[in-house]
Design a protein around this ligand. Structure first.
Ligand SMILES: C[S@@+](CC[C@H](N)C(=O)[O-])C[C@H]1O[C@@H](n2cnc3c(N)ncnc32)[C@H](O)[C@@H]1O
Length: 309
């Protein structure tokens, strides 16, 4: 994966147009019919030094804005129940999912949700299964946004941004384009990101958010990076904060890779992502499994099950 990302990184910098012509995201024209393997191989050999350097120093990094289509219905439910929301995105990467209220959304059956201003990012989400996704009548009011990450991406840093783009596979051209568009939005008005650890640095962020709105913590494809014992401590930390502060937690993680979360699951051990809403109200915790979803938010199968705890 790192080798492909590293070559992609160099092509994004303008290297080897004849190889780049085979990359659907880098070429407006249809890819040549020929097999690019020999071109790829000779490019890699010619650039061995810089590739070895990249392989030794980089790790894969993503920020998938399609996941906002997973979060939006939960934000809509919460907006109706508690009013203005203070969004805290843990494991936020470049903080692009903090732009949730500024994206436009189109669900295949339930219709669209539009932001106040026309958005360069329009997320398309297929609805699967019987139940329609309950969409809010208007964009939820998010009055406070902050991200938390051990190693945040600075959207104003060209090298970091190019690496983030390089980690999207070139045949997923629509995914690449929406990432580029979201980065463009973030560069105009960079999201606020706190560098720190999910476990030890969350409580002060919740405290700071309280005057602005109801704290909503989101996690998407982050908790799989924590060892099981630390994930357990993270859940305990949220319970501790929730025992004295009304707040909500929207989880979009794969249960097979995140044992110990309060996510009711009998899902097969695949990469299926489950959206779960956890609420603490006056010290009482309730858990509601909302649905399953594609890991990048391309589809949602709504369940909206009743609260289970
Ligand atoms: C796969 S990315 C997902 C980013 C984003 N949530 C999304 O859905 O696109 C995982 C992120 O979690 C961050 N991360 C991993 N462990 C963390 C921790 N203990 N505390 C805070 N952030 C962490 C990584 O630095 C990385 O940016």
């Amino acid at each position: 994966m790192l080798l492909f990302a590293s070559v992609h990184f160099l092509l994004l910098g303008g290297a080897a147009p004849e190889l780049a012509a085979h990359y659907p995201n880098l070429s407006a024209a249809a890819a040549p019919d020929s097999d690019p393997t020999a071109l790829f191989r000779s490019f890699a050999l010619d650039h061995a030094d810089v590739l070895v350097q990249l392989l030794a120093t980089r790790s894969t990094q993503t920020n998938e804005v399609g996941r906002c289509a997973q979060f939006l219905p939960a934000f809509g439910l919460l907006d109706q129940q508690v009013g203005s929301l203070a969004h805290i995105d843990v494991g936020t990467s470049a903080g692009l999912n903090l732009l949730l209220p500024r994206f436009a959304y189109e669900y295949s059956k339930s219709g669209s949700v539009e932001p106040g201003q026309p958005s360069p990012v329009r997320l398309h989400c297929e609805e699967r299964g019987e139940l329609p996704v309950p969409l809010p009548a208007r964009m939820p009011q998010v009055t406070h946004s902050v991200g938390l990450d051990l190693a945040p991406i600075d959207v104003l840093d060209d090298d970091q941004v190019r690496w983030l783009q390089a980690c999207v596979w070139p045949d997923q051209a629509d995914r690449f384009e929406r990432l580029v568009a979201a980065i463009g939005m973030a560069r105009h008005d960079p999201p606020r990101i706190h560098q720190g650890d999910a476990l030890t640095d969350l409580a002060p962020l919740v405290e700071q958010a309280l005057p602005d709105g109801h704290p909503v913590i989101t996690n998407s494809w982050v908790l799989n990076y924590l060892p099981d014992s630390v994930r357990g401590q993270y859940v305990a930390e949220l319970d501790r904060i929730g025992s004295r502060t009304d707040m909500s937690w929207v989880i979009a993680e794969a249960p097979a890779q995140t044992p110990g979360l309060p996510v009711p699951t009998t899902d097969p051990p695949e990469e299926i992502t489950v959206i779960t809403l956890v609420r603490w109200r006056q010290g009482e915790r309730s858990v509601q499994r909302l649905g399953t979803t594609h890991p990048h938010g391309y589809w949602v199968q709504w369940e909206g099950l009743p609260h289970t705890e």
